[in-house]
Design a protein around this ligand. Structure first.
Ligand SMILES: NC(=O)c1ccc[n+]([C@@H]2O[C@H](COP(=O)([O-])OP(=O)(O)OC[C@H]3O[C@@H](n4cnc5c(N)ncnc54)[C@H](OP(=O)(O)O)[C@@H]3O)[C@@H](O)[C@H]2O)c1
Length: 326
């Protein structure tokens, strides 16, 4: 089969089209003939040599795919061979065939194409497990999303807004802020010209956000602590601004704040199966009704994966960058 290999750690050009044998299925896995695969920032970190592959996972990049089930034990899953599914995978998505744990497969939502469905798993699993599971965003509460125009951000904004939450989102340009507002954010905050702490406090009568989804870290931490409401939760999913921060623990004590975080990829299949079930129950109906939509910025053929990575690194995009297979 044709695959994209990381031939060495480095610039996007190290991604090369190569031939590999089809993956051997492990227990509990199915083989998917891939129609489309999503590009995610962690793929860029992996290509740069900054994101080691978990033991036992494919060394090929690609954390999400959609396509046709062509092999594997389907048990009482309700799926049959030939069904179109999307799946969260531990790697190997940039390929004509990809092995996926059956428990991490979800049906292509009603009304969506396989390309659109391939844009879902990585960000929907991440957002659900962090914002709703880990940080317990509860009815009536307010969410601040850092990086609102990212693949993660557009998902967080839409799901939270569709479930009735007030959402604020930061982004690096006025155009990106408007895009966040069109997706359901009450207010896009241009972090280059505005202070998110002040904007969120002013819009909430000084209360602050109940939950902040953060992919920046670094010097955002002290400002985020101040931007949280009493009993607020900060959930860190990436450290684009650095891993070290100074913060006032007095605020954490006095205002009962929670600081947490997680990474999805190394979690076991059982955890991801639990998230898949919640997505099917709570979020797939929002996709079927059109209240939440995949936001695809640009699609490249598999062979142009290096261009897809270069685009992601330019940060010109809003939403997802995708790869398609013939
Ligand atoms: N923990 C997990 O399980 C997990 C899972 C998936 C992804 N992630 C992480 O989540 C992040 C987003 O992933 P993605 O695939 O959605 O990537 P992406 O689309 O490339 O998004 C990265 C975003 O970061 C924003 N950004 C950079 N510096 C910022 C700052 N100082 N303030 C606010 N926003 C800033 C960029 O926005 P501007 O261009 O507007 O600056 C861009 O939208 C990545 O770091 C990725 O590694 C974590």
């Amino acid at each position: 089969m044709q695959v994209i290999e990381i031939t060495a750690f480095g610039a996007p050009e190290v991604l090369q089209l190569c031939e590999r044998p089809q993956p051997q299925l492990k227990s509990g896995e199915v083989l998917i003939k891939v129609h489309a695969a999503g590009v995610n920032r962690p793929d860029v970190f992996q290509r740069q040599g900054n994101y080691p592959v978990p033991p036992g996972a494919s060394d090929l990049p690609g954390l999400e795919v959609a396509g046709e089930i062509v092999d594997g034990e389907l048990g009482d899953s309700g799926f049959k061979k030939g069904d179109l599914v999307c799946a969260l995978v531990q790697g190997g998505g940039y390929a004509e065939y990809c092995a996926a744990p059956l428990a991490q497969c979800l049906p292509v939502p009603q009304g969506l194409s396989p390309l659109q469905a391939a844009a879902l798993p990585e960000t929907f699993f991440t957002v659900w497990s962090n914002v709703f599971d880990r940080a317990h965003l509860a009815p009536g509460e307010t969410l601040l999303v850092q990086g609102g125009s990212s693949g993660i951000g557009v998902t967080a904004i839409q799901i939270a807004a569709a479930l009735g939450h007030r959402v604020f989102a930061t982004a690096g340009s006025d155009d990106k802020c408007r895009a966040c507002e069109e997706l359901g954010a009450e207010r896009g905050i241009n972090y280059r010209t505005e202070d998110f702490e002040q904007v969120v406090k002013a819009a909430t009568d000084g209360r602050g956000a109940d939950v902040i989804l953060d992919m920046v870290g670094g010097d955002y931490l002290p400002r985020e602590i101040r931007a949280l409401a009493d009993d607020g939760r900060l959930v860190v999913i990436a450290l684009l601004g650095g891993a070290k921060a100074q913060l006032d623990l007095g605020q954490v004590l006095r205002r009962r704040l929670t600081i947490t975080g997680s990474t999805l990829r190394p979690r076991p299949v059982e955890f991801k199966a639990h998230v898949a079930k919640q997505l099917l129950d709570r979020v797939w109906p929002l996709l079927a009704s059109g209240k939440v939509k995949p936001v695809i910025y640009k699609t490249f053929p598999l062979a142009q994966a290096s261009q897809a990575h270069a685009l992601m690194e330019s940060s010109a995009h809003v939403g997802k960058i995708m790869l398609t297979l013939a």
